[in-house]
Design a protein around this ligand. Sequence first.
Ligand code: B12
Ligand code: SF4
Length: 480
Amino acid sequence: MNNSKKKRILFLKPPDRFQENEFVYQQLGPHFLQSYLEKFGILSDILVLYETEEVRSLRGKGEINEMTLDVLSMLFLSADGKSKDMPFDRSIFQGYDIIGFSVMSPQASDAYLIIQMINKLYPQITTVIGGSHPRYYRTQVESLPESMAFDFIVPQDGWIPMLKIANGEIRKTRKSQVIIDNSLKLSEIPAPTRPISLMKRYNSEIAGVPAYHTITALGCPFTCNFCESGRENVRNFSGGMIDEDLKVMAESHQILNHTKKAVMFFDDVGLMNPKQVEKLSNIVSSHGYNTWRAFTHAYLVVRFKEKLLSPFFETGGRRIGMGLETGSQRTLDLINKRNGKKQLVQEHFEAVKIANDLGIAVDAFTMIYPWEDEQDLADTTEMVKQIALNPVNGVDEKGRTMKNNVDSTIMTPYQGTEFFDMIQNGQLPGVEMDPQLGVESLFFKGNNAGSGWCYIKSRLPKERYEEVQALRNSFRPKYK
Ligand code: B12
Ligand code: SF4
């Protein structure tokens, strides 16, 4: 018998306390699961926990020191489309049969606070944790004390495990159960839900136009040693799903009276080859987007030049993201971006120039690495400066001259990355991580563009790296 329709299901997104701004981009995991369950007639609500700007600023000033749930706010998005924004109130949980937490590592400490409370007050509720935190920190989640234990741990794809939990096919027992089922083809999944009361909270812009984001694939064909996706094969979503998602996001822009609309593709395989870019460009333009942004790679821009970028530009593409990582060839070799194939720093400069000459601005991502000496730092700072100053041959939708933007963070090696393992095994001389590491240091783009610090030993002192980071960040443009 299927009792699923009677079960009350809540997906919970813990706050992003380490982000500069909570409402940058929607956390898509729960929205993908919500639409999939809906296909089977199973409805679910979503709860977005967040800090108001006021609380965030008080915490920034040190006036709030404790990470408590009481300072949080919550945006409740009911399955029927209604929404409610209110201060944190734990009684909201009591009516639910199943609560599914979607957790990235920086959200883990809040997820643990909440599970502790639910286990104590509402032990009858079935609790599930999914997302990138249980994927990469599975052993930590599996060894949580009983008071913080989840009934189900879903470290990989959530679609089938969540369906089975929701329709009662698998039930909770006294011990946590790890459920892995990646058998669902990505071509079979529906587009994520885009509740309008959530969409209206997001205030990101691309080239001066309100923007939402989506992804075209999971995993990645590249092999950067600092990234978890470097070990995961790429799996593409279907063109049909992307088309549907772009349609729904375009409608959201319309409903919210945005006179112009933009979309950003967040995965690292957005612009890979001329044929694929043309296909994606056609989908984007068929929904009337004014501008869009996607990620590509320096060697691909150098290899295909305007063949790669023209379809993008002609359909409004004005900004590309590129992980340039570093201006130090020594560090770039260590990163091993292309699975043993050489990537040259010189290609970074060339790619930026090609894009800028075509009227496309570059959002570049660079990091400081804990083995770097003064020469490595100087090489990257020079690259950052040159990119920041390189003129872009065009204006954005507001008529402003476009500018390149370079992100400068300090690398945090997450569990599940090559660098994490290399540091643990002593393969990066002079670098040691703090074994007592708390999740509060696991971020690299936080408040005031700062980074966490997880090292007890590094080539140069933390202060020196932070000084260089601040200098590089001073080149960032006022708008992008
Ligand atoms: C878009 C994106 C962002 C966006 C949006 C945030 C978001 N959470 O969506 C922004 C820019 C805000 C962002 C920020 C950060 N990000 Co980010 N981001 C991504 C990216 C590229 C796509 C996320 C996505 O939409 N995935 C698609 C959905 C479908 O996948 P999913 O969320 O994993 O959900 C699936 C399963 O995990 C599972 N699942 C998820 N939730 C639940 C819940 C239940 C109950 C169940 C059963 C299953 C389940 O089911 C889903 C379907 O299979 C991923 C890489 C990736 N490909 O996933 C990185 C990624 C998630 N980000 C990462 C990181 C490190 C960060 C930052 C820390 C970086 C920083 N700035 O310092 C911040 C942290 C923000 C915070 N929470 O405080 C890491 C996370 C590593 C980790 N250990 O958690 C990832 C994996 C990238 C990487 N390889 O390094 N990110
Ligand atoms: S950093 Fe980007 S390109 Fe490198 S492995 Fe991760 S997702 Fe792929």
